[in-house]
Design a protein around this ligand. Sequence first.
Ligand SMILES: *Cc1c(COP(=O)(O)O)cnc(C)c1O
Length: 372
Amino acid sequence: MVDLKSQYARIKDVVNESIQEVLETTAFVNGPKVHEFQKNLEQYLNVKHVIPCANGTDALQIAMMGLGLKPGDEVITTDFTFAATVEVIALLQLTPVLVDVEPDTFNIDVEAIKKAITPKTKAIVPVHLFGQCANMEAIMEIAKSNNLFVIEDSAQAIGANYTYSNGTKVKAGTIGDVAATSFFPSKNLGCYGDGGAIFTNNDELAHTIRGIVNHGMYERYHHDVVGVNSRLDAIQAAVLGAKLPNLNAYNKARIEAAKKYDAAFKDEKHIVIPFRSGAEDNHVFHQYTLRVTGVDRDGLAKFLNENDIPCGVYYPIPLHNQKAYLDERYNEADFKVTNQLVKEVISLPMHTELDDDQIEYITTKVKEFINA
Ligand SMILES: *Cc1c(COP(=O)(O)O)cnc(C)c1O
């Protein structure tokens, strides 16, 4: 699905040199490399605070801890996301409230959020799924009028630009109260192991979170709150620091590859190509995900694999049907879209190194199966 080897080959010298610096200075935990990356990412995102941490799942958990959410508080999120989003809600003994998504963008449905709000609701977690920004303007509006926090799950959308209706552009992950991202190797800005970060423009929240990531310490050996140990490795920060200057080009390469896929599929009546809800840079294509209708989706996946084409089904089971997250309050009729999407979606290879021959081969094989 990704080609990290070819990507590394192009940046080998700068990455190796950056890692070498960490080895020479032996500042393996925190230290100048982590600080430098943090500052550069703050500047790139135009956000006041980036707090690096160990992975994207931790970033979500720590963001929720920082907001002071309490057991029993309800947190509304999407039924169609990676399990990490809902996992941390449950782990903190908050109550996940899963809602349906929009059929075109696959992002959380604003009307469904409104319907799910109760007096116990404290937060909304929109996920910018597959790299496309959720409808943040409407979500922030609902949050404001109901006094709710917004925690953006930006794990798949780093570098995407959200455009407000007045034309102002901001980076995904800088709109809500706080955001979480992941630097897992296959993400749009991936390191060579695990990594993550929390973003916020709120000084007080940033201070709270900086203590939480470090065992609840604000002063050495004074533990004011229950914290965790969640750090970004200096070696990973060295990799990320070397890759960050390429992030815009990486996202551009994904967008261009997506356009080529689109062109090949646009006349196929059994294929629905990815919908774009905004400007071109609103979607950074962490995944290129088709809906196939009237086609044996699993048969297509098998056929592609047999032809050496990797593909993925993100996600095959709606979260509200996962054993760990069953809840009596859920009613199948409220999950019409996710229940349908899990049967129809298929993601094709998407990365920064896709060339025209590869796209030609992949699209030809997809069409061959679909029209057989
Ligand atoms: C990858 C991902 C995460 C978790 O990130 P990790 O770094 O793997 O812990 C959370 N949410 C979404 C939507 C993701 O895609």
